[in-house]
Design a protein around this ligand. Structure first.
Ligand SMILES: Nc1ncnc2c1ncn2[C@@H]1O[C@H](COP(=O)(O)OP(=O)(O)OP(=O)(O)O)[C@@H](O)[C@H]1O
Length: 277
């Protein structure tokens, strides 16, 4: 379990990134911080592994204040995946994935074996292991970034807009893969995005933030959609524009489900049950 208790952060230049933030994150669940640029998402995420130190308040992991933990050791015990994968360009994919393992003292052969295993977990076969990051597509690089985050088998995985820089189709693919991974691995994931659809797809718990890390609403996607806290939330999640209303349309003899913007989201099963919705 991760707990934020009355956390605030003012940076050295006087920027008040987070004013007063409280949250509990249950183990083995995915929590998504979503909000517009500059609302404090990354600052809050980085407090978990002490890349950012709160000015006041506490962050606890399993009831222990992270402030009392050795910083380097803490950081290596928590997976971290960032937007542009952050891979070292002159090291092979396998070496990139093995970075934390090697730092933790794992031998070369064992680290390589684990690299291959975790690459396989994220859907990359052995042929990718000896390539360099520049020889991979953006989506594949992100998979390597996720593999690196998982290599040391951390309980907690922090993900900072990990799919923000890839095209929408690859992004959809990576989101589905992450859902599969999470079903298999059951990590405690804290995920940052500014995309509300991504937040609702991935999050067991979604935290909608305003400037200064102010919580507009916390809840499951279903709770938020059913009971938006106020007009800000209604507008942020697109309820005010009817974007989330579904309607049905007959096309070529089949019943297609369209969202509020007219985008098809599925097909209703026909009388033989052959549909996909
Ligand atoms: N090292 C720093 N020094 C000074 N100000 C900072 C620092 N890091 C972040 N900030 C400021 O703190 C506020 C919150 O930033 P943060 O990166 O947490 O927001 P965010 O919600 O993750 O934004 P984005 O979606 O653009 O990444 C912003 O005003 C930002 O400019």
């Amino acid at each position: 379990m991760i707990e934020y208790r009355s956390v605030a952060k003012t940076f050295d230049d006087g920027t008040q990134a987070v004013l007063d933030f409280d949250l509990t994150i249950d183990s083995h669940t995915t929590t998504v911080f979503v909000g517009s640029s500059g609302c404090g998402k990354t600052t809050l995420l980085r407090m978990v592994n002490r890349m950012v130190e709160p000015t006041s308040g506490q962050v606890l992991i399993d009831d222990e204040d992270v402030a009392g933990r050795d910083r380097v050791q803490l950081r290596r015990s928590i997976g971290y995946v960032m937007q542009h994968a952050g891979l070292l360009p002159h090291r092979t994919v396998a070496d990139n994935v093995a970075t934390v393992l090697r730092l933790n003292g794992t031998g070369k052969a064992a680290a390589r074996e684990r690299s291959l295993e975790v690459l396989h977990t994220v859907g990359l076969d052995e042929s990718h292991a000896s390539k360099y990051p520049g020889q991979l597509s953006g989506g594949q690089q992100q998979r390597v970034g996720v593999a690196r985050g998982l290599a040391a088998d951390p309980n907690i995985l922090l993900m900072d807009e990990p799919f923000g820089a890839v095209d929408p189709i690859v992004r959809d693919e990576l989101q589905v893969e992450l859902l599969r991974l999470q079903r298999e691995l059951g990590k405690t994931i804290v995920f940052v995005t500014h995309d509300v659809d991504e937040a609702f797809l991935l999050g067991d718990q979604v935290v909608i933030l305003k400037k200064g890390g102010e919580v507009a609403q916390v809840g499951s996607p279903a709770d938020i959609l059913a009971h938006p806290a106020d007009d800000f939330v209604r507008s942020f999640v697109g309820l005010d524009k009817g974007q989330r209303e579904l309607r049905l349309e007959e096309r070529d003899g089949r019943t297609v489900v369209l969202d509020g913007s007219g985008k098809p989201t599925g097909v209703l099963a026909d009388e033989r049950g052959a549909g996909t919705a």
